[in-house]
Design a protein around this ligand. Sequence first.
Ligand SMILES: Nc1ncnc2c1ncn2[C@@H]1O[C@H](COP(=O)(O)OP(=O)(O)OP(=O)(O)O)[C@@H](O)[C@H]1O
Ligand SMILES: [Mg+2]
Length: 248
Amino acid sequence: MALFEARGLHKRFGDRVVLEAIDLAFDAGTLTGIMGPNGAGKTTCFHCLTGYHRPDRGRIVFDGEDIGGLRPHEIVRRGVARSFQAINLFDADTVLDNVVVALPEVRRRVADAWGDLARDSGAQDRAAEVLARVGLAGRERARAKDLAYGERRALEIALALASGPRILFLDEPTSGLGADGTARLGELVSELKRTLTMVVIEHDMRFLFGLADTIAVIHWGQVIAGGTPRELRDNPWVARSALAEDPC
Ligand SMILES: Nc1ncnc2c1ncn2[C@@H]1O[C@H](COP(=O)(O)OP(=O)(O)OP(=O)(O)O)[C@@H](O)[C@H]1O
Ligand SMILES: [Mg+2]
């Protein structure tokens, strides 16, 4: 049985149907790529899977439990984490503090004074470990707003990792990164893939085809194709977008 599964997800905004009937299954230990044109419903699908949108119909099952209808923080607590398409950080705080407040033991103690939490050396050590995992060791005391763009993307992933997830959803992690940043992110994702189940929305096909075990193509609110990168190379929609992206 898949670790995470969605069946018949349907989502409309007013009379606009964005997700018709999405079926997806993510096996433990795999990296699934999600592709599709702009406006296809990929982010809306992630919002539904992680509790930010309530689907109008459909079932979402994580590790045998129906998590449809749970709030985002309840879903995080079960081991599901995500990043967002637009970067979402506390800019005025340090890199370390951004991660400290994302740690589950700290989130549970919201009633405590923030100053006590920030001085909690155990939490700081755990946050520093998470930062080291994403290549931000040595940047703990920098303000989030002073990070380079690629470092901000890495910090976002650190925030998601701080909750100790079993499955991690990334929404266009290479967006805005140049060739070097994308290569570094590729190394980070392959490292994370060793211990986590991952689902990654990406427009950068070279990045995705190099990392994914399987790929699902979302178009017109449905999964129109799925398979290994090798199987999908012959798919007409994938071939067309590859040509559009890489004219040589
Ligand atoms: N809260 C909302 N209210 C109304 N329409 C919405 C809402 N959120 C998304 N949509 C619409 O749903 C459609 C799918 O949007 P979504 O952001 O899921 O696409 P996407 O596949 O992630 O696109 P992109 O590749 O550009 O990020 C779009 O037409 C968008 O305008
Ligand atoms: Mg999107």
